[in-house]
Design a protein around this ligand. Structure first.
Ligand code: PMV
Length: 333
């Protein structure tokens, strides 16, 4: 880790009250989120500061519930399965918790995902957001949600958006220490909004998002156009959310996802997350639109496809995609 970033990490850590001692347990839930305007590329890898802003919708009941309690040794239980201490999930989570805990405190973490792991459904986002919320509850820090978003971002960038429900914007920020790179909710209620999750594969993705972003930034000639694309798409999606203008939102979100994948595919070696079923689903979405159904697609760092539609087209979309898991982001949990 470089000097300036470790100083900047201290700035984020200074949000945490020093004197706090842990209680007996902290428990919290955070939703997964799907970006409508994507985050792809870091300007600071340690602080996970993005090259651009982004905007997402939180997934209501699909997310991570986490319980953290003091223990004899560090232990992670994931969906009722004890994880090996030197495995990928435990190593990453405890390295994150090291940022916030007293050095002599060991923790047992019980985590339940209601979404497939590592399949591009942003399960790491909900996990890191839930971890910050559970630590806040364990220690009684009483952090504001904006401060929680700053800490969650240190686990995985998109986790800062999972601190909130509904539509959430992650502002790029300008400061080197990242204290202005925060997520804020848009406060728009849109009960008719639906997100459908089409799972093409639950296999772990071959290239993680950090490596994928790095490779894209380093080798894709198209990447230079990405911030320009976001500069057009982000305000368009923000306005479409405020106006509840679904066709504009869907069109810009799908275009934004395809533009992001174009930068990845043109990296070297190519970062190609799509499977044949991904393309098949995209073609079905286009055929549905041709038939007058307002449905749009978005994809993240994996082969799965998420469909965007509203309640009036739900029956038609389900007919074409019978295996779709449909989320109502604005239902109260
Ligand atoms: O936060 P990460 O490192 O998991 O990256 C997320 C990247 C995308 O899911 C592809 C886009 C996004 O904005 O969520």
């Amino acid at each position: 880790m470089t000097e300036p970033s470790s100083r900047s990490l201290e700035t984020a850590r200074a949000l945490i009250p020093r004197a706090a001692t842990p209680g007996t347990r902290g428990e919290a839930y955070a939703p997964a989120n799907i970006a409508l305007c994507k985050y792809w590329g870091k300007r600071d890898e340690d602080l996970k500061l993005p090259v651009t802003g982004s905007l997402s919708i939180s997934m209501g009941p699909l997310g991570t519930r986490m319980r953290i309690e003091p223990a004899e040794t560090d232990a992670l239980v994931l969906n009722n399965a004890p994880q090996s201490a030197d495995g990928k999930a435990a190593t990453r989570l405890f390295a994150f918790l090291d940022l916030f805990r007293p050095p002599d405190l060991r923790l047992k973490v019980d985590s339940h995902n209601t979404i497939p792991m590592a399949a591009g459904l942003a399960s790491s986002a909900s996990a890191f957001a839930a971890a910050v919320k559970a630590m806040d509850a364990l220690f009684g820090w009483n952090l504001s949600n904006v401060d929680k978003s700053i800490l969650a971002r240190l686990g995985s960038g998109s986790a800062c958006r999972s601190v909130f429900d509904g539509f959430v914007e992650w502002r790029r920020g300008e400061e080197a220490d990242g204290m202005d790179s925060i997520a804020t909710p848009l406060h728009v209620d849109w009960p008719e909004f639906r997100v459908g999750i089409l799972t093409v594969s639950e296999a772990e993705k071959p290239v993680g998002s950090t490596e994928g972003m790095r490779r894209t930034m380093d080798t894709s000639a198209l990447y230079q156009s990405w911030p320009e694309q976001v500069a057009i798409d982000l305000p368009a999606i923000r306005a479409a959310v405020h106006n509840r203008d679904f066709p504009t939102l869907g069109r810009v979100a799908e275009r934004n996802a395809l533009a992001m994948h174009a930068t990845m595919i043109s990296a070297w070696p190519p970062v190609l997350y799509w499977q044949p079923e991904t393309v098949q689903a995209l073609r079905r979405v286009h055929a549905l639109r041709h038939a007058g159904i307002e449905v749009y697609a978005t994809m993240d760092a994996g082969p799965n496809v998420k469909l965007l539609f509203t309640d009036s087209d739900e029956a038609a979309v389900n007919k074409t995609f019978p295996d779709l898991v449909t989320v109502r982001p604005f239902d109260k949990i």
